[in-house]
Every structure is written in structure tokens, then in C-alpha cells.
Design a protein around this ligand. Structure first.
Ligand SMILES: Nc1ncnc2c1ncn2[C@@H]1O[C@H](COP(=O)(O)OP(=O)(O)OP(=O)(O)O)[C@@H](O)[C@H]1O
Ligand SMILES: [Mg+2]
Length: 422
């Protein structure tokens, strides 16, 4: 049996962490069997190596290895991708096609992001796991296949089961053995080791001397939360390697590459979210906050306009004080110059119920965020939903473009779509 060390070398896995070693050891042990394995761990911890190790140490190693990202395949085509389809099964099915389960007969299929599988596909998957049977889309013929399944997820499967997004029976069938990979922040001794390895790889790639961290920079590296885990560490190592002329890196230089290092930005607390969700969500929250800010300023403009246009002299007088109060907000002092573009929107007849004591919205996002009350944060979800919907519409449903526009990853967008049932 190959040793853990040899496997690490063969698959380019860096680190000596005890939990990492345990995960590799478990992979070596289950490899020769046909047991289904579920690989768990946060985003970027290195889950993708595990199914490769298992396949290459199994009797299936000469068979096919197919990795499927369940989160990236549209719901409408996933059954056909996995199980194939008959000619004429749906518009565009001009010929019969074999799915991955047929092609990988005798091999291994890695179902990445398995938590994203639609419920109907989960039923088909359960069947193939239980007796190796599947049916092509649009066919009635039962086919047999012999495939070993390794699945991976970075979401909490119990939550998904509770929300009835994932079948409990399938979960137990998939996770006969669970292999968990620890987050980077729990692998303190590996952090600098990994950084040095990445720095040396990038030095070679870009033909420059390797960067080196000064002592205080190493301390920063160890203290950081690394919400994106090894993927994030690698990105930081690459950026610093490419952009810094001085190859000796100080703490302050390193900090400038770490998002949110040392800041006390407000965060949404939700135990079901992974750390990478937090940074993505923070981005989306800022967008929402700025959107709300501009809505509020629009409302103020509208109020001003309505008050000004009131022909009743008595009301005009009463309004004077309020107008001055609103004018104190510097945002509105620029109103005169900017109103040309927004005048068409000022045609609402009814006086809206606008609280005049609107808090002054400052450009300082930290300050602004503190002022948001719980009640208002609830409506942030609606705002987020609306923002996502609009962006998807604008981009004709193209998730990649919408994600880019929203400044979030495609994966996060995908989760949001699922979360809001869009
Ligand atoms: N121990 C390690 N040594 C060296 N590189 C690693 C190690 N673990 C992960 N990496 C690298 O980190 C990156 C992220 O790993 P991987 O793609 O396996 O993450 P993941 O756990 O599948 O994340 P996600 O859930 O987001 O898909 C890859 O480039 C991988 O090569
Ligand atoms: Mg992955």
C-alpha cells in the first residue's frame, strides 16, 4: 500500500497537518473497495484531490474518471448529461446520446457540489447507486452500469435535508464513508509551508526571484482567517509574486493583499454559511446599501419637489423649515445640478408617506451600516433578491454575466438562485 507521504508527492499535496494526513489515509483505505465516499470541507480546502486519489488506487484505475460539477450544469440538461437521452426526447435531441454513467462504466464518477443536484436527478442517482440501473431521458429501457461514486460538497448537507432540498436516503447512500478536509485556519503549521511552495512555483513560472516574507508578515499570514482557504492563499501568493518589486515582503505590504484584514466590517450572521459566502455577501450588501442610499436620496428629492410645488401658501410656509432641514444634507445641495436627469421621475401626484427625519446617509459605508436597524436589514434580503433578478433579466439569464455585474462569484449567484427559488 502506498504511504501517505508518497501519495502527497504524487498528487502535489502540501502539508503535514494531522487531519489532512487522516483524510489521505482514509482515501487510501477505501480506494480498493466500491464504497461511496462523500468528501466534505469548506470551499478551497483541496477536496478535488481526494476522488483522484481514490480512483487511481482502485481496481478501476484503468477505467474512466469523470468529474461532474453538478452546480454548473443547468437543471434542464443535467439528467441528460448524467444518464443520456434518446433521439427526439426533447427539442434539440437530434440523436441518441450516452450519459456519463454509461461512458464511465467500470470507472469512477466524481460528483462535485452534489448538494446542488435537482430532486428529480437525486431520485435517478439513488437508483443507480442502489442497483446500478438507470434509464436514458425519453427511453423506457432499463440499462445497467458499474460506476463508483465519489461526491463532494461544501454546503451543510443536514441543512439541505432539513429544507427538503436534498433526499436523506441519498445522503446516507452517498456518505457511507465521509472524508473531511480541515479549513486552512486550523492548519496553522501548513500555512507558511504552502505559501513558500506557491511563492517558489510562481517565481519559476514568472522567471523572477521568489518572494520572502519578513517575520511580522509571517505572523499576519498565520493570523488571517483565509475564508477562501488554500485557493485564496494561492491567489495572494501569486498576486504578491507578480506585483511586488521588492522581493522581501513586509507585514504592511502583505496586509494590502488581504481583503478585510484588520477591519471590523459588519457581517450577516448565519451559521449555515461558509466563510467564502461572507466575503461575497459583504460585496453584495455594499451594493444593496449604496442602492438604498440612492433610493433614499431620490425620495428626498421627490419630497422637496412636492413641497416646493405646493401652491397653498400656508403649506409652503410650513414646508420652509423642512426644506431647510433636508438641504443641510450635502447630498441634496447638489440637487440643482443633477435634477435634469431625474425630473421625469418627479411626477407622482400623491404625497408619499416619507419620514422627514430620515437619517442622513453618509458616504462612509461603515458609519452607514451601523445606522441600519434590524427591521431594515430584513428588507435587505428583498433588495438582494431584486438586485439578482434584475441583473439576470438584464443579462438574459446568463449567470456568468450577471455574477460579474453583481461582483459575486458564479457559485454564490447559483446558490442565491436556489435559495430564492428564482
Ligand atoms: N494541500 C494542498 N497543497 C497544494 N495545493 C493545494 C492543496 N490543497 C488544495 N490545493 C490547491 O488549492 C486549490 C483549491 O483546491 P480545490 O479545487 O480542490 O478546492 P475544493 O475543496 O474543491 O473547493 P470548492 O468547494 O470551492 O470546489 C487548487 O488549486 C488546489 O490545487
Ligand atoms: Mg471543488
Amino acid at each position: 500500500m502506498e504511504s501517505v507521504q508518497a501519495i502527497k508527492q504524487r498528487f502535489g499535496i502540501i502539508g503535514n497537518d494531522i487531519k489532512l494526513n487522516r483524510a489521505i489515509e482514509k482515501s487510501i483505505q477505501v480506494a480498493p473497495t466500491d464504497i461511496s465516499v462523500l468528501v466534505t470541507g469548506e470551499s478551497g480546502v483541496g477536496k478535488e484531490s481526494i476522488p483522484k486519489i481514490i480512483h487511481s488506487l482502485s481496481h478501476r484505475k484503468h477505467g474512466k474518471y469523470i468529474a461532474v460539477n453538478c452546480g454548473a450544469i443547468p437543471e434542464g440538461t443535467i439528467d441528460s448529461e448524467l444518464f443520456g437521452h434518446e433521439k427526439g426526447a426533447f427539442t434539440g435531441a437530434t440523436s441518441t446520446r450516452s450519459g456519463y454513467f454509461e461512458v464511465a462504466d467500470g470507472g469512477t464518477i466524481f460528483l462535485d457540489e452534489v448538494g446542488e443536484l435537482p430532486l428529480t436527478t437525486q431520485v435517478r442517482l439513488l437508483r443507480v447507486l442502489e442497483n446500478g440501473e438507470f434509464i436514458k431521458v425519453g427511453s423506457s429501457k432499463v440499462q445497467k452500469t458499474d460506476v463508483r461514486i465519489v461526491a463532494a460538497t461544501n454546503v451543510n448537507m443536514f441543512e439541505a435535508i432539513k429544507k427538503e432540498k436534498f433526499r436523506e436516503d441519498l445522503y446516507y447512500r452517498l456518505s457511507t464513508v465521509e472524508i473531511n478536509l480541515p479549513p486552512l485556519r486550523e492548519r496553522k503549521d501548513d500555512i507558511h509551508l504552502l505559501f513558500r511552495k506557491f511563492a517558489s512555483d510562481f517565481a519559476q513560472k514568472y522567471k523572477m526571484p521568489s518572494i520572502r516574507l519578513q517575520e511580522d508578515a509571517i505572523q499576519i499570514l498565520l493570523k488571517h482567517r483565509w475564508s477562501g482557504n488554500i485557493r485564496q492563499l494561492r491567489n495572494v501568493a501569486e498576486q504578491v509574486s507578480v506585483l511586488e518589486q521588492d522581493r522581501s515582503i513586509s507585514a504592511s505590504t502583505l496586509i494590502s493583499y488581504l481583503p478585510n484584514a484588520g477591519s471590523n466590517l459588519p457581517a450577516v450572521i448565519d451559521n449555515t454559511k461558509t466563510d467564502s459566502d461572507f466575503s461575497n455577501e459583504r460585496e453584495i450588501l455594499y451594493k444593496v446599501l449604496f442602492d438604498m442610499k440612492s433610493d433614499l436620496n431620490d425620495l428626498k428629492k421627490l419630497t422637496l419637489e412636492l413641497m416646493r410645488n405646493d401652491n397653498n401658501e400656508k403649506v409652503q410656509k410650513e414646508n420652509q423649515g423642512l426644506i431647510q432641514k433636508i438641504y443641510r444634507d450635502e447630498e441634496v445641495t447638489t440637487y440643482e445640478e443633477t435634477q435634469d436627469a431625474s425630473t421625469e421621475t418627479l411626477t407622482i401626484q400623491q404625497t408619499p408617506q416619507i419620514p422627514v427625519q430620515t437619517p442622513i446617509i453618509q458616504d462612509d459605508k461603515y458609519h452607514f451600516a451601523e445606522e441600519i436597524e434590524e427591521e431594515e436589514t430584513l428588507s435587505l434580503h428583498d433588495k438582494e433578491l431584486e438586485l439578482i433578478k434584475k441583473s439576470l433579466e438584464r443579462n438574459k439569464g446568463k449567470r456568468k454575466a450577471a455574477a460579474a455585474e453583481l461582483g459575486i462569484s458564479e457559485r454564490t449567484l447559483y446558490r442565491k438562485i436556489k435559495q430564492y427559488d428564482l
